[in-house]
Design a protein around this ligand. Structure first.
Ligand SMILES: [Fe+2]
Length: 140
């Protein structure tokens, strides 16, 4: 059996932890605002939808700040969740955004059947999992 380095374990744990969105207007340090914002997933959609009809949900990673798109540091995927159920997922490879800082954006088109509580999850290859605030969508 091989020994696993303690630093390696700490890095793994950091990637597996869920970071939840924090309002950056309540954060003082500029570097921390940037760090939180550029990793946070945001769900953009209407608050009501028609049952059985296609409904567009945009997920964007970062609002005021940009995230790197480097070969060893990029947003690898975003997922759209309804409560505890994953609805959809989109994956990216490094360089998909031109290798320059940017904001990952994905438009999901789903067909709702009942009220939804949508959240998005984003994964940075260096800084782990980031979960959006919840958006409730009434369906009629
Ligand atoms: Fe990152």
């Amino acid at each position: 059996m091989s020994k696993v380095d303690g630093t390696y374990i700490k890095e793994l744990q950091k990637l597996q932890k869920i970071n939840r969105y924090q309002d950056i207007s309540e954060v003082e340090k500029e570097a921390k605002k940037d760090y939180i914002d550029r990793h946070s997933a945001f769900v953009h959609c209407d608050n009501s939808a028609k049952k059985g009809e296609k409904f567009k949900v945009k997920v964007q990673v970062g609002d005021a700040y940009l995230h790197p798109d480097d070969f060893d540091h990029y947003i690898a995927w975003v997922q759209l969740w309804n409560g505890e159920n994953m609805l959809a997922e989109s994956t990216f490879t490094a360089g998909a955004l031109g290798g320059a800082p940017s904001q990952v954006e994905v438009d999901f088109h789903i067909v709702p059947t009942r009220k939804m509580k949508l959240t998005a999850m984003a994964f940075c290859t260096k800084h782990g999992l980031w979960q959006s605030d919840e958006v409730v969508v009434e369906v009629s």
